[in-house]
Design a binder for this molecule. Structure first.
Ligand code: MG
Length: 373
C-alpha cells in the first residue's frame, strides 16, 4: 500500500492536425484524434496516459472517452495507484473491450507509480534493455513525389527504415514505388511493406512474391484480420518474413498465432493489447515460439509514443526497430512540453520518472475539444 489515493479523473478529447493525409489499405487519416487520461492523487501527483483509437482498426474516441469517464472514473476515485494489476483486473470486470482506454489507464497508473518510486516505466516492468531504438517512418502519401521529398529530408536526419503503406492504389503503384526507392537508395535503405489487410486472399501469395525482388525486410498484414489460415499459408509460401498486426491483438491471439505459425513477426501495440504489461505477455509468447516482435503504433501524440518506447525498451530482443514517428514527422504539432526524443534516426527512450513525457497545458487547451471531469 502507498499513501497516495486517486482523487480526480480527467478525460481530455484532443485533435492534433497532421501535416498531410496518410493513405492505407484500410483508409485515409488526416489528424491525430486521441483521448488523454489524467489521474490526480490527493498528494498532488499527476499521471498521464493516451488512448489512440482508429475506428477501422480498434475503436472510437467517443467509446474510449465514455469508458474512462463513465466506467473507470467512479471505480478509481479513492484507490491506491500503485496497485496496477489489481486495478487493471478490476476494470476488466467492469467493461469488456475498449483496449485503448485500458492502455491509457495502465499508462497513467504506471506513470504515477514510477513517480512515486523514482523509476521509469521500463524499469517498473523489468528494466531497460536499450536506451535507443531505430525509427521506421511509414510512407503513405498518395502523392509519391511528396513522399520522395519527405524521405530525402528524413534520410538527412539519419532515418534508414521506411515502411511503405500499400494496397490503396494498385499493385503496379506499389511495385513502382519499391523499384524507385531501391534505385535511389540502394542497399542502405531498409524497406518494409504494410498492406493493412489490403490484399485479396485468393491472389495474395502471387502479389507478395512480386515484391521479393526488391528485398523487403518484412511484409505486414497482407490479408484481413480474420483470414488467419490464408495468412499462415502466405507465411509458409514466401521467403520474405510476414508480420501479423491486425491479426494479433492480445496474448490469446498471440498464442493462437504461435500455434499455427501465423507469421514470422508480431507487431506489438499497447492500443491492441490494452497496455504495456499485456504487450510484454505477447512478446513472451512470441519469444517462446521463435517469433520476432516489432514496435508498432497507432495515430498517437508523444504521450502514447512514450508509453510505446518504454514498452520496447523492456523487450529483451528487438531487431526490427519501432515506428514512433507520428509526433516528429506526421503531426503538424504535438501536445507535449518537449519534442519527442527522436535524433539521428533513433527514438531515445524517455528516462522518467514514470512515463517521462508530459502534456503542455497551453497546447492541451489549444487542441482539446472536450473535457470530462
Ligand atoms: Mg500495420
Amino acid at each position: 500500500m502507498s499513501e497516495h489515493k486517486i482523487e480526480a479523473v480527467r478525460v481530455h478529447l484532443v485533435t492534433v492536425p497532421a501535416r498531410t493525409v496518410h493513405s492505407h489499405g484500410s483508409g485515409d487519416v488526416g489528424a491525430i484524434c486521441s483521448v488523454l487520461l489524467e489521474l490526480v492523487t490527493d498528494t498532488g501527483l499527476t499521471g498521464w496516459g493516451e488512448a489512440s483509437p482508429w475506428p477501422v482498426f480498434t475503436g472510437t474516441v467517443e467509446g474510449n472517452a465514455a469508458a474512462m469517464h463513465g466506467y473507470f472514473a467512479p471505480y478509481l476515485r479513492g484507490r491506491d495507484p500503485v496497485q496496477v494489476d489489481v486495478l487493471m483486473n478490476a476494470v476488466e470486470k467492469i467493461l469488456v473491450g475498449h483496449h485503448e482506454a485500458k492502455a491509457a489507464l495502465e499508462c497513467a497508473l504506471l506513470d504515477l507509480t514510477g513517480q512515486i518510486c523514482g523509476l521509469s516505466i521500463a524499469e517498473l516492468v523489468g528494466g531497460r534493455h536499450r536506451e535507443a531504438i531505430p525509427l521506421s517512418f511509414s510512407v503513405a502519401n498518395p502523392d509519391f513525389g511528396k513522399d520522395l521529398d519527405d524521405i530525402a529530408a528524413m534520410w538527412a536526419d539519419g532515418v534508414r527504415l521506411f515502411k511503405l503503406k500499400t494496397g490503396f492504389a494498385g499493385h503496379g503503384f506499389d511495385l513502382m514505388r519499391l523499384e524507385k526507392l531501391r534505385a535511389v537508395y540502394g542497399d542502405e535503405i531498409d524497406l518494409r511493406i504494410d498492406y493493412n489487410q489490403g490484399l485479396p486472399a485468393f491472389d495474395a501469395i502471387r502479389q507478395v512474391r512480386d515484391l521479393e525482388p526488391f528485398r523487403p525486410t518484412f511484409v505486414e498484414q497482407p490479408v484481413k484480420r480474420h483470414e488467419r489460415e490464408a495468412l499462415a499459408a502466405i507465411t509458409r509460401s514466401v521467403d520474405v518474413p510476414i508480420m501479423a498486426d491486425e491479426s494479433v491483438f492480445d496474448p490469446r491471439e498471440a498464442l493462437l498465432g504461435a500455434q499455427m505459425r501465423l507469421s514470422d513477426v508480431f507487431s506489438l501495440k499497447i492500443m491492441k493489447s490494452a497496455g504495456i504489461r499485456r504487450a510484454l505477455e505477447v512478446a513472451a509468447i512470441a519469444r517462446a515460439a521463435g517469433i520476432e516482435v516489432y514496435g508498432g503504433c497507432m495515430f498517437e501524440t508523444s504521450i502514447a509514443h512514450a508509453a510505446g518506447a518504454q514498452l520496447m525498451a523492456a523487450v529483451p530482443d528487438l531487431r526490427l526497430g519501432c515506428e514512433f514517428y507520428m509526433s516528429t514527422y506526421y503531426a503538424a504539432d504535438d501536445i507535449a512540453q518537449e519534442p519527442f526524443p527522436v535524433e539521428g534516426g533513433m527514438v531515445h527512450v524517455p528516462n522518467g520518472p514514470g512515463l517521462g513525457v508530459r502534456p503542455d497545458a497551453e497546447k492541451l487547451a489549444r487542441y482539446r475539444s472536450e473535457l470530462l471531469t
